[in-house]
Design a binder for this molecule. Structure first.
Ligand SMILES: [Zn+2]
Length: 190
């Protein structure tokens, strides 16, 4: 019944608080807002939040570089990058990288040669092909498994990110080996 005890609260003026802090309101708007702030917990809270935000913003801008970045920030970034490509640190892993680079080199060599090889591919009979395939297959399987074994063994001590890399490298290596063996078969015939 006593509705008059609850004075009608005019709509909140939250949108004007920022302008108020910046001193951009004209006198009349300022007085209206201040009267409202005296009455409204919500808007007083908002005013405090915005003032505190501005304070901490100013503080961090003033001390830029000291507060935001930890002193070893750059060092951490580098360490992170190094551990991501950790395949190059230990001797065993260096060998591994060398192994893969050699594979890629061979791949490039044979890929470049492929265009020229095609000219020399004459008529060949199916038996020559089969003999070559069978002869090379044994060697290929041996090479592939040896390579995969080396990659797996050299990475087996680190199983976090590296297990993913191992799988990827193994797949790449097997594709390389298959591709190279095909090119070599053609080279032999030429
Ligand atoms: Zn309000």
């Amino acid at each position: 019944m006593n509705f008059d005890l609850h004075k009608h609260q005019p709509a909140c003026l939250t949108d004007e608080i920022a302008s108020y802090i910046d001193g951009e309101l004209d006198l009349k708007r300022e007085q209206v807002l201040e009267a409202h702030l005296a009455d409204c917990d919500h808007c007083r809270g908002e005013l405090n939040r915005q003032r505190m935000f501005l304070c901490s913003l100013n503080a961090s801008l003033k001390n830029e570089g000291e507060l935001d970045l930890p002193p070893d920030f750059a060092k951490r970034i580098v360490a992170n990058a190094e551990s991501t490509v950790s395949g190059l640190r230990r001797p065993r892993e260096r060998f591994n990288a060398l192994f893969i680079c050699a594979g890629l080199f061979l791949f490039a060599l044979f890929a470049l040669g492929a265009g020229a090889m095609n000219f020399f591919e004459g008529v060949y009979n199916i038996f020559d092909q089969i003999t070559a395939v069978v002869g090379f297959f044994g060697h290929l399987v041996y090479s592939v498994f040896l390579g995969v074994a080396i990659v797996l063994r050299s990475l087996s001590s680190q199983f976090r990110i590296d297990s993913v890399i191992t799988v990827a490298l193994t797949a790449v290596f097997m594709m390389l080996a298959l591709f190279i063996s095909r090119k070599m078969l053609r080279t032999r015939r030429a």
